[in-house]
Design a protein around this ligand. Sequence first.
Ligand code: 13P
Ligand code: 13P
Ligand code: MG
Ligand code: MG
Length: 368
Amino acid sequence: MKLTLSLIKADIGAVGGHVRPSEALLKCVKEFVANEGSELLIDHYIGFCGDDIHILMTHEEGTNDKKIHGLAWEAFKTGTEVAKSQGLYGAGQDLLKDSFSGNVKGLGPGVAEMEFEERPNESFLMFAADKTEPGAFNLPLYFAFADPVYCPGLLLSPSLSEGFTFSIMDVNYTKGDRIVKLSAPKDLYDIAALLRDNHRYVVESIHNTKTGEQAVVCSTSRLHNIAGKYVGKDDPAMLARAQQAFPATGEIVAPFEIGHFVGGLCRGSHNAPLMPVKKNSQVAYFDGPPLVQALAFSVKNGKLTEPADIFDHPYWDWVRDKISAKTVEMRRQGFSGPAMLGFEELEYGGITERLERLDTKFTVKKER
Ligand code: 13P
Ligand code: 13P
Ligand code: MG
Ligand code: MG
């Protein structure tokens, strides 16, 4: 069967700041999707990462479907009323427009969707991140899909031997989706040259070059392009199919061991290592650290198994300890140099006003 996976996420309010959604808010979103989606959906799963709620839906309506997007939009709208009634912080934060016109893209929620012929043993991963940006997935995807050190399947499996094609989006471009397609290994250095800039170039999707099958789709929205000002980070989400014509689950998750530095953390304005965490984790330190969750699913005729929580394992406890130490090392230098994002990326507008005011106070020293 042709199956569509739709992952739609939004921050619609959180307990005690930007920490996590309340139980009442989650209950409301879950009940809404279960009741209103009972005819439309084959199955669904709802969870959270930090203050973002993720709705994963399986169905046969294809991508960009008005009914599917409308269901998620209405669930978030209804949830926002609960968030307001409880006084949650940032209630309705990611619902940036008032009216829904058929697609939630460009309205604030993040979207990662793909349609494919379901394999008899379809395995995929749902990634959810908080307090970071879509480019946070660039490096792990480069390693998992283009580097045989992380993905031995590129050497060992004939079905991966021609490599993968990366669709990379320029997220600074505001007049539409500006995308370039580049294939590894042929264009490896071009891919690296773009993916080094996590703020501007973001992996949008990845396909197996030989079979054309889609492996990955990422949410790519930049909230500040939509709202015109800072309204929270573009906490990303991603779907990745695993095994056979795709990297193994282990190859896809392995690069998250690095804890590479990403933009985000407190006030969306710092560089900090990305920490792999267990499902439904809240933020804990300095409005962070930047979090990522990986849930593995099997699906048959659109029916999902329970998720296997990849980062819930003693191995990842050790990784988390290392990443905590790395976080503290960077935090010790406060606002200095690379600890804080560059001016063009600072999410809080106040610094611009401060610098403009200071600029008028500068005087040029006269030579004697
Ligand atoms: P406010 O300026 O709305 O308090 O937001 C700051 C914030 O939540 C960053 O952590
Ligand atoms: P969110 O984007 O997760 O709402 O975080 C906002 C923030 O600035 C936290 O410090
Ligand atoms: Mg928030
Ligand atoms: Mg968030």
